[in-house]
Design a protein around this ligand. Structure first.
Ligand code: MLT
Length: 326
């Protein structure tokens, strides 16, 4: 009897293992969700949709974008962390993957344990913008105006965990002022508010801002990277205009829930690498000021090491500045 039970148990284990292998070998047999933690039409969404279209050609199944909004990207991260680890739920996220642990006390996921890492995608500079109705025309004027008007100035962002919030917080520290922050569920609605003169300033990724800068629909105070960027060679950095050491660069990675089989991770990684080489992706990203990461950074190991190093870098800074939200 005992023997029979043991035999039945090992048969079941064998069947489960076989089903897993067969699943990975066939993967994918249906549409895959790529979860975006911010609003449709915004900078993260633009990267996701362009990438998803190219990855779906490689994977032979549609990659469907799902925008899950809220709490600066942590609602989406939490839902992906608890999704079935079968390769049909993927996640794109930026620096927020590494900053959220310092910002939120009660996160229900662990960025270092709740995900499989697929690889990095693009680096994106940020730009500091004002609405057309906002009086300052240059960064020097903005600095003076901010010191005189402080919290009368409305700063839009996409909530704690968003890079727009990180950039805006670093700006307030650098200027020694407090603005009134107005959070949205992504910088697409924040940009709409800026274009409609409902808010005064916004720090946002070039993947959303370049068309508005080129169409002269916003006031443009500079780029947040330490060097000028190829796409906007005449635009000064904030650092060279006096905000010494000011630097925010956005990086994006692709993740799956922890426990996703390794062969599935490898297949998605191969599709990611192919998509990053495709002319449709490279041309669109370069038109929007984004830089495809080096091949070395496209690996799961590299993304995992990067997230860890970013957590180590930002946690003490954010905690020391009291940026915690709960
Ligand atoms: C952010 O501010 O973190 C993002 O740019 C938000 C977004 O993609 O909408």
């Amino acid at each position: 009897m005992k023997l029979n039970k043991a035999f039945a148990f090992s048969l079941t284990a064998l069947a489960v293992a076989w089903a897993g292998t067969a699943m990975a070998a066939d993967y994918p047999t249906r549409a895959i969700s790529l979860v975006v933690p911010f609003a449709a039409g915004g900078p993260t969404d633009v990267v996701a949709r362009t990438l998803g279209a190219e990855m779906s050609k490689e994977l032979g199944q549609p990659v469907v974008i799902e925008n899950r909004l809220g709490a600066g990207g942590t609602v989406a991260a939490n839902s992906v962390a608890s999704a079935k680890p079968d390769g049909y739920t993927l996640f794109i996220h930026h620096n927020g993957m590494a900053t959220a642990t310092a910002l939120y006390n009660n996160l229900k996921y662990d960025p270092l344990k709740s995900f499989e890492y697929i690889g990095e995608v693009v680096d994106v500079p940020m730009t500091l913008l004002g609405s057309k109705a906002f009086p300052p025309n240059t960064l020097a004027e903005l600095i003076e105006y901010a010191k005189a008007n402080g919290d009368k100035i409305n700063l839009a962002n996409a909530g704690p965990g968003a890079v727009s919030q990180l950039c805006g917080s670093l700006l307030q520290q650098a200027l020694g002022v407090r603005f009134t922050t107005v959070p949205y569920q992504g910088t697409a609605p924040a940009m709409a508010a800026l274009l409609g003169d409902q808010v005064d300033i916004l720090c946002d990724q070039t993947t959303q801002t370049i068309p508005h800068i080129e169409a002269d629909k916003v006031k443009f105070y500079g780029v947040t990277t330490s060097n000028r960027i190829q796409k906007l060679p005449d635009a000064p950095t904030l650092d060279e205009q006096g905000l010494k050491g000011f630097e925010v660069k956005v990086w994006h990675g692709i993740y799956a829930p922890a426990g996703t089989p390794d062969d599935v991770v490898q297949k998605v990684n191969a599709a990611l690498k192919a998509a990053l080489k495709s002319p449709a992706f490279t041309e669109r990203m370069s038109a929007l000021g984004a830089e495809i990461v080096s091949e070395e950074r496209q690996s799961p190991e590299s993304l995992q090491n990067w997230v860890k190093s970013e957590i180590d870098k930002w946690t003490p800074i954010l905690k020391a500045e009291g940026m915690n939200v709960n």
